[in-house]
Design a protein around this ligand. Sequence first.
Ligand code: ZN
Length: 190
Amino acid sequence: MDGLSIQNTDCLDAPLSGVQLLHAPVLVLNLNYVPLNICTVRRAVILVGKSKAELLENHRGQLRTVSSLVEVPSVIRLDYMVKKPSLPRKLSKKEVFLRDRFTCQYCGKKAQDLTLDHVVPRRQHGSHTWENVVTACNRCNLRKAGRTPAEANMLLKKEPRAPDPNPYLILQNRTLLDEWLPYVPWSARG
Ligand SMILES: [Zn+2]
């Protein structure tokens, strides 16, 4: 490992053994406190040691290195801004409903029987893209049938677009540690 050598990984009051602890996950926040990725304790200790990140949360005790004791991070924040390549949200029925706030884009009603409507129908070579799919209630979908909104004389509430990238996707399907929670909004904890 570069920069910092951890020779003896005795941890003083941590529940995991030293080696396990080095590989335990650490939440890395961007300069603006938005989660950026998850790294190992080993990597996080190096970043903090090189003053490239600050330690925000330590709930795991300390590690003994060659020359000193270091805090074991749970959450660190980088000292610089990383511009992330934007992660486009995956096009799925659920994501389209979320984008449209579970509201039919034709009649404006929040309905139980929501469906996915291709604005330009598939049989007219409409694409399966964010710009061509909207949430429609069953009634509006049946009324529109295999026609474009113009053909069906129906108006869209607004033009469909791709939603903003979700920075919290990195946390999906992960076990969130208690000490990460202050940095993760409720909406991203599902
Ligand atoms: Zn409707």
